[in-house]
Write a protein that binds this ligand. Structure first.
Ligand code: ADP
Ligand code: MG
Length: 251
């Protein structure tokens, strides 16, 4: 459901830069994410993808320069919890759940923190989020550390959507998954999207990106080298040279 005239965009990144000493991890990056998009982001290791999510969410740091806008309102000076409560929620490349808490408790904690709702409502939101990601009911009482790799991905996404984000930033969610699981993940991302959540998806697994994204942006050395329709972007000679190389042959 690509949105009406949709001006301003849901999320806008304006000339954002993040430096670490002499290293420019994100270099003057600007782009807009429209409501209802699945916006894909790819690029070589170290190209600044995760740093981009860091500066959008303030977790753990803000941009060195530039602006991040949500519905046209600046959010880059807000604290991380204010940004997530405003509707911008991220997942992490590494497991970030509370290992000894059950799946249900993890999602509940996230609902309380992010959506700031009372306990009965949070319990309901948690159960709904677990339903949305199809985590089996009999697994919801298990400690997060006892879940399989794919179940932990379901938990990660349930925890993120329990806070009712407007835009969900997924950082390489397919890492560690088998091919059939990647296919299940793409169905899961589509389900979340159908619930009305706009998605920004960083991913190395290009077939997944090409399957679900309606826009693809490629970073290299912190800068955007291509941005547009996914099938056109992957044919861009600069993208093939910088990123795809021999991988392109496998697409
Ligand atoms: P990607 O997610 O695309 O693999 P990152 O955003 O993690 O890339 O990293 C981009 C660059 O910034 C890399 O060179 C990385 O080493 C550097 N970097 C990331 N975070 C930090 C940090 N906290 N301190 C110093 N350098 C960092
Ligand atoms: Mg990364």
């Amino acid at each position: 459901m690509l949105d009406r005239t949709d001006n301003p965009p849901l999320l806008e990144i304006r000339q954002v830069t993040r430096r670490f000493g002499a290293l420019v991890a994100v270099d003057n990056v600007s782009f807009k994410v429209r409501k209802g998009q699945i916006f894909g982001v790819a690029g070589p290791n170290g190209s600044g993808k995760s740093t981009l999510f860091n500066v959008i969410t303030g977790i753990p740091f803000s941009p060195s320069a530039g602006e991040v806008l949500l519905w046209g309102q600046p959010i880059h000076r807000l604290k991380p919890h204010q940004i997530s409560r405003a509707g911008v929620v991220r997942t992490f490349q590494k497991d970030a759940e509370f290992a000894t808490l059950s799946a249900r408790e993890n999602v509940y904690a996230s609902a309380v923190y992010c959506a700031q709702i009372d306990s009965a409502e949070a319990r309901e939101a948690a159960e709904q989020a677990l339903d949305d990601v199809s985590l089996a009911r009999e697994r919801r009482g298990k400690a997060a550390s006892d879940l399989s790799v794919f179940e932990r991905k379901q938990l990660m996404i349930a925890s993120a959507i329990a806070g009712r984000p407007k835009v969900l930033l997924l950082d390489e969610p397919a890492a560690g998954l088998t091919k059939p699981e990647v296919s299940d993940l793409s169905a899961l991302i589509r389900t979340v999207h159908e619930r009305g959540i706009t998605v920004v998806l960083i991913e190395h697994v290009l077939p997944l990106l090409l399957k679900v994204s309606d826009h693809l942006m490629i970073l290299n050395h912190g800068a955007i080298i291509a941005s547009g329709k996914p099938d056109e972007v992957v044919r861009n000679p600069q993208v093939i040279e910088a990123y795809l190389g021999k991988r392109e042959a496998r697409l």
